[in-house]
Design a protein around this ligand. Sequence first.
Ligand code: MN
Ligand code: MN
Length: 475
Amino acid sequence: MDLEKTKGQQLLDELGYKTKSAWENVKDREKIFNFCNDYKAFLDNSKTEREYVKEAVKIAEKLGYIDLDKVVEENLPVKAGDRLFRVIRNKAVVFAVIGKKPLDKGTRMLGAHIDSPRLDLKQNPLYENTDMVFMKTHYYGGIKKYQWLAIPLSLHGVIIKKNGEVVNIRIGENDNDPVFTITDLLPHLASDQMDKKMKDAVTGESLNSLVGSIPYDDKDVKEKVKLNILKFLNEKYGIIEEDLISSELELVPAFKARDVGLDRSMVGAYGQDDRVCAYTSMMALFDLKNPEYTSICVLTDKEEIGSVGNTGAKSRFLEDFIADLCFLTSSNYSDILVRRCLNNSVMLSADVNSAVDPNFEGTHDKLNAAYLGKGVAVLKYGGSRGKSGASDAHAELVARVRKVFNSNNIPWQTTELGAVDKGGGGTIAMMVSNLGIDVIDCGVPVLSMHSPFETTSKIDIYAAYKGFKAFLTDF
Ligand code: MN
Ligand code: MN
C-alpha cells in the first residue's frame, strides 16, 4: 500500500532538517562488517601510540610509502602521486600523497590522535606489601578511576637500558600470557567507600597493580617477593630496577575488540578515542591514488593531556613536514611558500564525540547532539561555558563539508559537545587553526568514552571512512 503524502508532509520533507538511522536502506552491510573486522584486528595490535605507529607504517610501506627522511637524506626526486611518511619520536606519524597541484595551493588534511587514556607506570613503580608486589601508576588523560579496578590489564611499552638498548614489552595480550589487575574492595566491607563521592572513592595513589606473590627463598632478605620479581625481570629482559626509570610502560585493558549486540552492529573496544578516527582517516588516505591536492593524514600523540610536547599537535612537526614537502617539490623554496600552503589548506580534525546515552538523561541538547548510528558527526565548535577555548569553524567551511558529504551520500549529523554549561572540551582543531589552516571537527560518536571499553556503531565507522575519502577527493 503506497499512501500518497499530504501537501504538508511533502512541504516538511522539502523544508525541514531531519536525521534518521543510517542503517535504513543500507546496501553494503557486508562491506561495512568486513571493514570493521579489519579495524578490530588493527585495534588489538595497536593499543598504544607506539604500537599504532609501528602497525600503520607496516601497512604504509606495503603500499609504497617512503620515509621522508630518507628522501631528504638521499635527495630523491618527489613528484605527483608519490607517497611519503614521517615518524615523529616513535609516537606520532604523518602520511602524505603528493598532489597534481603545487603545494602553495594548499593541502587536504585529516588529523586524528593515537594516544588514549590509560595507566602509566611510575618511574620507580615496584614495592612490596603483605607479601604481594605492586606497581604504582600515574593515570594519563581523563579517566573515571573506579572503571579501572578489577579488570584484566596488559602492560605495553619500552624500557631503555643504560647502554641504550631498547626492550619492547607487551605482556597480557596472548591468551596464555599472565595479566595484571588493580583490586577493588568487596561490597561487604565497602560501606565507607560507597558513601564517598564517586570521584573520591578511588584515589590516584591507590591505583596500584598486582604483579606477584612468590617470595625469593632467603630468610635474610627483607622484601623477598619483590626480589623474586626483580630476578624474573632480569632473567627475562636483562634489566635491573634502575632501568625502569628510563621506561615508558602503559597498563591498558587486556581484552580484545569485540562485536557488540546480537545484530553485531557495534564495536566495543579500548582506545577507540581516537583510534577509530585515526584508522578511518588513514585508510581513506591509503586508498588515494593521484589526488588533485597534496593529501595528508597526521596522527598526533598527547591529545589526551593537552597536545603538549614535541609529538603533540601544539608542536611544529606538521609545519616542518609541510616545509619539507614544499622544499622538495619547488625549485625556489622560500618561507612564503610554506605560509601560503598552510593558509590554503583545509583539515578535518577527526576526533570522536559523545553520543547521546539514554541511560543518562540531561547531558545533551537532543536537537544538537550526535546519536549512535546516524553517521559521522560534524562539530562546528567545542569549548565549554560560552564556547571558551573552542575552535569555531567558519560557516563557509561547514557549507563546503556538508556539500561534499551530501553529494557523496555520506550519512552525517551535526553535534555539539554536550548541553550548554554541562562541561565540554576540545581537540587538535585549535592548534591546527593557529597555523592558518581551515579546520573543523568531524568524527565518530562514542558511548562510554574514555572507559576501558568504548562503544561505537559500525555504520558510523564506515561513514567516517567514506566521508574522509570523499573530503580528500572532492573538497
Ligand atoms: Mn579524542
Ligand atoms: Mn579523549
